[in-house]
Design a protein around this ligand. Structure first.
Ligand code: UDP
Ligand code: MG
Length: 155
């Protein structure tokens, strides 16, 4: 059986909220057939962002990540589906929007690396860590999609 319980953490960053892109970002994941299993608005603290972005500690942009990231609300989500971590990264596009392909969220909406509107986990390990930062286990719901057999060939 395929791992249909694969989860990724997707965040509409504060610039994405300011730009009015919450619906657009959700739409792209929904259209692709992924399942939204948790969502909430968050006001990130620097302490939470330090764990979320722990791989970036010591980088010259770390302070601006924490500063801008904690400057206003963001939308935290968990999306579920076979291959959602890898596919989610493709939906987002390259980290640097100047290099992001048109058709990706960043390629269509962003212009600066420090304002690239959306976050997505880059591995299973990162997804687990990030989901644990922003959600309690009971906030991640399980639901069955009617007609799932038409969306997946392995279920
Ligand atoms: N970032 C930045 N300058 C850089 C590299 C990264 O401001 O030179 C920011 C950018 O907003 C990025 C985040 O740090 O989204 C995390 O970096 P990562 O390399 O993990 O990119 P992502 O996984 O978001 O594509
Ligand atoms: Mg990353």
């Amino acid at each position: 059986m395929a791992n249909t319980r694969e989860h990724t953490f997707i965040m509409v960053k504060h610039d994405g909220v300011q730009r009015g892109l919450i619906g657009e970002i959700i739409r792209r994941f929904e259209n692709r057939g992924f399942k939204l299993v948790a969502i909430k608005s968050i006001q990130a603290t620097r302490a939470q962002l330090e764990v979320h972005y722990e791989d970036h500690k010591g980088k010259n942009y770390f302070e601006s990540l924490l500063g801008y990231g904690s400057s206003g609300p963001a939308i935290a989500m968990v999306w579920e589906g076979h291959g959602v971590i890898t596919a989610g990264r493709s939906i987002l596009g390259a980290t640097d929007p100047i290099k992001a392909q048109p058709g990706t969220i960043r390629g269509d909406y962003a212009t600066a690396i420090g304002r690239n509107v959306v976050h997505g986990s880059d591995s299973e390990k990162a997804a687990k860590r990030e989901i644990d930062v922003w959600f309690k286990p009971e906030e991640i719901l399980t639901w069955h999609r009617a007609g799932a057999q038409h969306l997946h060939d392995k279920y």
